[in-house]
Design a protein around this ligand. Sequence first.
Ligand code: NDP
Length: 281
Amino acid sequence: MKLYAVFGNPIAHSKSPYLHNFTFEKLGIDARYVRYKLEDVSKFRDLFFELGLSGANITVPFKEILFESCDEVVGIAQKIGAINTIVRRDGKLFGYNTDALGFYRNIEHDNVKTALIIGAGGSARAIAMILQECGINVSVINRSEKRLEFFRKNGFKCAEFEVFCEIFERESITNSVGNSKYDLIINATSSSINNELPLDSTILVELFDGAKIVFDLMYDKKCPFLELAKKYNGRNCNTKKHKIRVVDGANMLLYQAISASSIFLNKSYKIIEKAMSSAWR
Ligand code: NDP
């Protein structure tokens, strides 16, 4: 039997074991997927081999640090500098990032030209890189400065929250017709886990004005960011019919898991999608 695991801390909330075990069962594959609370990140590689794992997913807060544990990093993960999927081949660890595609699949049919990412962690990197590859104009803001370095180096417009809020007070962040400058606003911070808003609600409400999509990576729980967007939904907008699409992270989780599973099992995305999609219903 092949064994897979998701590593994180905390990890008890993770739905990945459910999605992957559901898929193994559907496809008749002799494999099992478990959660592992990682206390000491320096032990990760030894642990991976001691447990006899064939592959793993990596979640908060290890996506950036465990990038270094891979022998080879494949595809867009190289640009992102963070991985969420590892597969073992011939005794070597290959790292991938499936969060990027997992996010993009949620908005691929919307006509998004501008995006604001709130947060600068591993998932923000993945989202920023895939949106940039798709020609979308991306700005990134974060509570603290350090993690913005990566985004500055990669040509994104960036600001710390404090600076962003000052600019916000000085100049309007709305465009000439009074709508938000951003079609897509993403909360990629972990604020929702603690039931908090990432930014002051007055600023958020103004940002939401005219936005097409408000997205929070959180899933499985009501979060204040999306609740605020729902409550606000297009109230001050010039276009009467305007409605914001409010999206949580459930499908991002599903789509990234489909990609991860197709890497684990070396099967096409379509086959895994067919098997895994009904897990959410
Ligand atoms: P990281 O730990 O890498 O980054 C966390 C980010 O959140 C940092 O930018 C941090 O700012 C910011 N932050 C934390 N708390 C607050 C707060 N109270 N207010 C404002 N900013 C805050 O996490 P990830 O990027 O890996 O994940 C972020 C979230 O996205 C997690 O909740 C995770 O569960 C979720 N996620 C969901 C996925 C899905 O498939 N639906 C996939 C990936 C992630 P600072 O730098 O100042 O510390």
